[in-house]
Design a protein around this ligand. Structure first.
Ligand SMILES: [Zn+2]
Length: 213
């Protein structure tokens, strides 16, 4: 199995893909968001940066990524999710990985049409009590009763940033910073693109299985 770096716009299904690899093949999943939140608990300065919503600088995030990668044993396979975000970070990551002797890496770019992503984002809802997520625009994630949680019957609510306008901001930022990274990995020959549409989820997971081999 290869180590995996996911590149995907918001709502592309990175979470589903990661869960699949963790459950099926015992991958260690590292998302930048959770690494930062975890470290913020013991680092007051980082906590302040996160709370202010400011961008976390490379000098902060890169050593944290390096630490989690160093903590792995030779047998462990990792998923990086949310890193690298810039070409500069991608180049730094190469140096870290070759320093650690990690050579078997595949970069998986998850490709989903913009309209599909918008549909998914708009349809997202979460239980106000148990936080289970639903999606009114995806058949298999629809609640049984409209706007009610299947598990606890509490009312479903929308998250603040799940609207089209905020999605487009995140999407455009993603494209702007990620296209150069995609080109970089393509040139290096370690890029794999997977199409992830609603109707072909099983096919997408099959494809994922074949690219990590
Ligand atoms: Zn609930």
């Amino acid at each position: 199995m290869k180590n995996v770096i996911f590149l995907a716009p918001p709502a592309a299904g990175k979470g589903t893909f990661s869960d699949y690899l963790v459950e099926k093949f015992n991958y260690k999943h590292f998302s930048t968001g959770s690494i930062l939140r975890e470290n913020a608990q013991k680092n007051e300065k980082l906590k302040q940066i996160l709370e202010s919503g400011e961008l976390v600088e490379d000098e902060v995030i890169i050593p944290l990524i390096e630490n989690v990668l160093k903590s792995l044993s030779k047998e462990d396979k990792f998923i990086l999710d949310g890193f690298p975000r810039t070409l500069q970070q991608a180049k730094k990551l190469d140096i870290i990985l070759s320093g650690l002797g990690v050579l078997d890496v595949v970069v998986v770019s998850i490709d989903v049409e913009k309209e599909t992503l918008i549909d998914r984002v708009i349809g997202r809802k979460v239980c106000s009590k148990c936080y289970k997520s639903y999606n009114t625009n995806i058949l298999e994630f629809k609640p049984k009763v409209m706007d009610r949680c299947d598990d606890c019957q509490s009312v479903l609510i929308k998250r603040e940033d799940d609207n089209q306008k905020s999605f487009l901001v995140r999407y455009n930022t993603y494209l702007e910073s990620t296209l150069p990274i995609i080109a970089y990995y393509k040139e290096k020959g370690c890029l794999q693109v997977i199409q992830n549409t609603e109707l072909e989820q099983t096919k997408a997971l099959e494809q994922l299985r074949s690219v990590i081999k």
